[in-house]
Design a protein around this ligand. Structure first.
Ligand code: HSE
Length: 435
């Protein structure tokens, strides 16, 4: 087979890693792909950086549009990121009949349906293993390895930065703001860490996984997104005392009335394998009706781990080039005319259990008032702990509930906060047994 010519857009961390891995392992990669995969041209507005990556092995240009319009290029690897230029470049590459490999989760989460539709009409592939979980082959697993299953739920630690922060807060007893600074100095968190710490990056990835797992369109706009920036050190400590770890989880769950799609800090029993995933590592649990629970663990970011996913996609594209478009694996795993319009449930309909922390006056009848409000909402209590008096007039009460609906806990929280014996706001963190 003739060599595949690749145009690489973006020579940052992942672009540089992709160049290196393709060069280092070129012989093994060719033996697998059945042809040579070579980066023919590299585009970056930072020409010096691009030259540093490509050396003499590829042509360098500052104009990425030149690459997507180059008739010699078979596959475009988009590693620029963002929604604007990356989208124009990708759509142009598709319109020119080129296959695309991308790590751009934000773009696919927001515009994936449009991009996949354009690609289908042109009969080209858009491959995006690197968009979710870095080097973990979770897209391939969901789309192909688990294809026999009705996927029941997916729950993942899919943002390494926030997992690093939570791990450090627990291990060192440090406050959120201090650990964030450390993460930034180590290069884990961006200068603007909003997407990482506010759950947006995780929700991008979750929306993509849910689409592939359930056969629904990509619906990032319907996801509930809550990050870790308001998490207090004392909740991590109290959770630990009760046998739980707090993780930022992306959860997609099949329910009779629709799908849950949510990202938020979550208490997980410490005995669960995923509760012990620490630092910048990622892990994703998938529950299929036939296979049961499976877990995928690995580096969710970084030059070579992410390059591993990009190059795997390139090999996939190379292998599928000779297949008719209708005989290729569909972009979202399900045939495009078989996507379901079963809705994403509003947050009020989500079913889970809760950790509540209240600060209350230490006097007779307080617990009775609180438990009466919960009983009125048919919320059953699993555990209740009053923390020892610390000399203050008020004490902390930690309450764990059994499974209930979010709208019931919302109503109960409002009523409890209105009690004169309750001071300030109630802290609510959702819990998942993951069984
Ligand atoms: N910023 C992401 C993370 C890595 O912290 O996991 C790229 O998806």
């Amino acid at each position: 087979m003739k060599p595949i010519n690749v145009g690489l857009l973006g020579t940052g961390t992942v672009g540089g890693g992709t160049f290196k891995v393709l060069q280092r392992n070129s012989e093994e990669i060719s033996r697998r792909a059945g042809c040579t995969i070579r980066i023919a041209v590299v585009a970056d507005t930072d020409i010096v950086r691009a030259k540093g990556v490509a050396g003499d092995a590829a042509r360098v240009t500052a104009d990425a549009f030149e690459v997507v319009n180059d008739p010699q290029i078979d596959v475009v690897v988009e590693l620029i990121g963002g929604y604007t230029i990356a989208k124009d470049l990708m759509l142009k590459a598709i319109a020119n009949g080129k296959h695309v490999v991308t790590a751009n989760k934000a773009l696919l989460a927001l515009h994936g349906n449009e991009i996949f539709s354009a690609a289908r009409k042109q009969g080209v592939m858009v491959a995006f293993e690197a968009a979710v979980g870095g080097g973990i082959p979770i897209i391939k697993s969901l789309r192909e390895g688990l294809t026999a299953n009705r996927i029941e739920w997916i729950a993942g630690i899919i943002n390494g930065t926030s997992n690093f922060i939570l791990s450090e807060m627990r291990a060192k007893g440090a406050a959120f703001a201090d650990v964030l600074k450390e993460a930034q100095s180590k290069g884990y968190a961006e200068a603007d860490p909003t997407f990482d710490i506010e759950g947006v990056d995780a929700a991008h990835k979750l929306a993509i996984m849910a689409a592939i797992g359930f056969g629904i369109p990509v619906q990032f706009d319907k996801a509930y997104v809550e990050g870790i920036s308001k998490l207090a050190q004392q909740d991590i400590r109290y959770a630990e005392e009760l046998g739980y770890r707090i993780k930022l989880l992306g959860i997609a769950k099949r329910r009779a009335a629709g799908f849950e799609l949510r990202v938020h800090p979550t208490l997980i029993p410490t005995g669960q394998l995923i509760a012990n995933v620490e630092g910048v590592m990622n892990a994703i649990l998938v529950k299929g009706d036939a296979v049961g629970q499976t877990m995928y663990y690995g580096a969710g970011a970084g030059a070579e781990p992410t390059a591993s996913a990009v190059v795997a996609d390139l090999v996939d594209v190379a292998r599928a080039l000779t297949a008719d478009p209708e005989h290729r694996v569909p972009h979202l795993a399900f045939q495009h005319d078989q996507l379901s319009n079963v809705p994403i449930l509003p947050m009020g309909e989500v079913e889970t259990s809760y950790y509540l922390r209240l600060r209350v006056a230490d006097k007779a009848g307080v617990l009775a008032d609180i438990t009466r409000i919960l009983a009125d909402q048919a919320i059953s209590i699993e555990a209740l702990v009053q923390k020892p008096h610390d000399g203050e007039e008020h004490v902390d009460i930690i309450l764990l509930t059994h499974l209930t609906r979010e709208k019931k806990i919302d109503a109960a929280i409002l009523s409890i906060e209105a009690l004169p014996v309750v001071s300030g706001k109630i802290t609510r963190i959702r819990m998942e047994a993951l069984q």
